[in-house]
Design a binder for this molecule. Structure first.
Ligand code: MN
Ligand code: MN
Length: 309
């Protein structure tokens, strides 16, 4: 298979696709598409996540095939490829950008591919959910320092602090099947937390996760989303900035990479329909540690997705 021969070459060679997977030309030859979404026009503070896909592609040359715990091999279970980046024609109008993202992911789904997206700021998850929630609202597992359920910011209701509020309003996610994990940091207003709370989302704050542990958090997440179709969104700022400094809105006191791996490995069996890793901002990532963390979380998500299709 092409993918294996590419992956067995020395890891410093060749064009850097995600996890050294083949580029997708003919979609009928693939089951899972990894997609770059290089857009950060919706950040509320420090930009840079538009450079995320390129650096995660490069760091992901470190990713190997066989999972160290489950011995599962996603590249054998599924035909995995790199679909390139969402081709943007307009970067200065969020609504147009989001429509372009939705169109791209909808087409992948129509062609029978599952998608694993690499952002980009967290606003990109909203159009992906619009593309995927075709047959009713989805469950959501969100790893993040922030609930991203704020309303509007500086005149826009599409900022990266708002996607999951919009997703509830549009019926894309079911708040009673939504769990937000790793939430922390002081706030100037209760607006976002109140929205999550009042709509019935399960908000697993970081202090609770520290108390109960990552394995119990995974168990709780599985209980909340149940057996229905579920999307998983991993904001890299859910990790502690000691492990992932390269992000726009860092919050100290987050998950270690070990806790994050334990959490994701505890989610086997959840009926995932898609996933993303967002908010890797290479300008704040001089050592590349955040891009490597992002690539590694993406590999864990790929393993979960490959067991679904
Ligand atoms: Mn977020
Ligand atoms: Mn966040």
């Amino acid at each position: 298979m092409v993918s294996n021969s590419v992956r067995s070459a020395p890891r410093f060679m060749h064009l850097p696709t995600f996890m050294r997977s083949p580029l997708i030309n003919d979609r009928s030859e693939f089951d899972i598409a990894m997609v770059g979404v290089p857009y950060d026009g919706a950040v509320t503070n420090r930009p840079g996540a538009r450079h995320g896909p390129r650096e995660v592609r490069s760091a992901s040359s470190m990713i190997r095939a066989i999972h160290p715990v489950t011995h599962s091999n996603p590249f054998e279970l599924c035909r995995v490829g790199d679909a390139g980046d969402v081709p943007f024609e307009n970067l200065y109008d969020i609504q147009v950008v989001h429509a372009e993202i939705e169109t791209f992911f909808r087409a992948l789904g129509d062609d029978g591919l599952m998608s694993l997206a690499i952002g980009g700021d967290h606003s990109v998850t909203l159009p992906i959910l619009r593309a995927l929630a075709k047959e009713g609202s989805l469950g959501l597992i969100q790893v993040d320092a922030h609930t991203d359920t704020w309303d509007s910011f500086m005149g826009s209701d599409l900022s990266h602090g708002a996607p999951f509020r919009r997703a509830v309003e549009e019926g894309l996610i079911d708040p009673s099947r939504t769990v937000q994990i790793g939430i922390r940091g002081a706030q100037n207003s209760m607006e976002g937390w109140d929205f999550s709370d009042s709509t019935g989302m399960r908000v697993l704050f970081m202090d609770e996760l520290t108390r109960i542990g990552a394995e119990a958090a995974a168990q709780e997440a599985r209980r909340i989303v149940g057996h229905g179709p579920t999307y998983l969104s991993f904001d890299i700022d859910g990790l502690d900035p000691a492990f992932a400094p390269g992000t726009g809105t860092p919050e100290v006191g987050g998950l270690t990479t070990v806790e994050a791996l334990t959490l994701l490995r505890g989610l086997r069996g959840v009926q995932l329909v898609g996933a993303d890793v967002v908010e890797v901002a290479p300008p704040f990532d001089p050592t590349g540690i955040t891009a490597l963390a992002g690539a590694t979380m993406a590999y864990e998500l790929l393993c979960l997705l490959s067991e679904q299709s």
